[in-house]
Design a protein around this ligand. Structure first.
Ligand code: ATP
Ligand code: RIB
Length: 311
């Protein structure tokens, strides 16, 4: 039965400083608190999918042969995520993200990609057919090379697997045909502006123009995430705005990952589309109320109880 969620993406160790406000260039802000978390969009999304869903999750990714990489692999095992296809690369360090989070939960992030940048198309080609044949959904992002993402999407499509592309961060160069091969694309406001070739978007005409442009590229469904304002979903003949659940944000790092991972899990277990978006929004709303990216991902039971409280 086709149920598995495949996540093709990055693994980072997040080195986080919680500060009163984000510093300006050249400025030092003292008085912060430090913590270290498992992170990386791919690993975060895999953890979000594993906690939110009941189907197996396989992560295709890469770490370096170092302490951070070993800790990341151990963390994936604790989450019961299949890490058979997490490559251990020699002579390159594991990915690291330096993150600052301010009092309002906003962040600034710099990533040293390390081993993530060495995840190659060949690494994806050697994943056995049986993994793709038993998958319902493939979720991927751009913290690994574009050509690697492309192979993952192509292999998934050949096996009839639904593909979700979280286009974060948008690469300098994107092959024109890549978006036409994707079922669902989930940009935030900055990402959709870049994908659509617009300087920026607001929630008026420019948002609709950007979404239309993505649909014209051949994407089946666009889910534009709008932070605390929720998300806007559009496909060929319909569009719908889905407000976010009210939440007191402590740290929004990984909100998008919570959303994408939970969406993938919901679709993989056959939930209907609008219900899947509601499930994803609930997971993301819970995640922003807690510190850190991966530690903030809610369990299935937490999402169910949260939704019951919403009525
Ligand atoms: P990040 O890069 O920080 O992981 P993102 O920019 O990819 O996030 P957002 O658009 O910020 O993604 O958020 C994704 C989803 O999370 C939103 O569509 C919304 O459902 C939920 N969300 C984000 N911020 C909040 C908030 N403050 N309160 C409630 N829900 C939120
Ligand atoms: O989406 C949040 C993630 O982005 C963090 O965990 C960090 O590792 C960066 O990759």
């Amino acid at each position: 039965m086709k149920k598995r969620v495949i996540v093709l993406g990055s693994i980072n160790t997040d080195l986080v400083v919680k500060v009163r406000r984000l510093p300006h260039p050249g400025e030092t802000v003292i008085g912060g608190t430090f913590y270290q978390n498992q992170g990386g969009k791919g690993a975060n999304q895999a953890v979000a999918a594993a906690r939110a869903g009941k189907n197996p999750v396989t992560l295709i990714a890469a770490v370096g042969n170092d302490v951070f990489g070993r800790e990341s692999l151990a963390a994936l095992q604790r989450e019961k995520i299949d890490s058979t296809y997490v490559e251990v690369k020699e002579d390159i360090s594991s990915g690291v993200a330096l993150i600052m989070v301010d009092e309002r939960g906003e962040n600034a992030i710099a990533v040293a990609s390390g081993a993530n940048s060495a995840l190659s198309p060949a690494d994806v080609r050697k994943v056995p057919d049986s993994v793709f044949e038993t998958a319902a959904v493939l979720l991927t992002c751009f913290e690994v090379p574009v050509e690697t993402v492309e192979i993952g999407i192509q292999r998934a499509r050949k096996c009839g697997v639904t593909t979700i592309l979280n286009p974060a961060p948008v690469p300098e160069e994107l092959p024109a045909e890549l978006l036409s091969e994707v079922d669902i694309v989930t940009p935030n406001e900055h990402e959709i502006a870049r994908l659509a070739g617009l300087p920026q978007i607001d929630e008026g005409a420019s948002m609709h123009a950007a979404v239309e442009r993505l649909l014209a590229y051949g994407v089946r469904k666009v889910v534009l995430t709008l932070g605390s304002r929720g998300c806007f979903f559009a496909e060929a003949n319909s569009a719908k705005y889905i407000p976010a659940f009210p939440a007191k944000a402590v740290d929004t790092t990984g909100a998008g990952d919570a959303f994408n991972g939970a969406l993938a899990a919901a679709l993989a277990e056959g939930r209907e589309w609008t219900e899947s978006l509601r499930w994803a929004s609930a997971a993301a709303a819970i995640s922003v109320t807690r510190a850190g990216a991966q530690p903030s991902m809610p369990s299935r039971q937490e999402i169910e109880e949260f939704l019951k409280r919403q009525g």
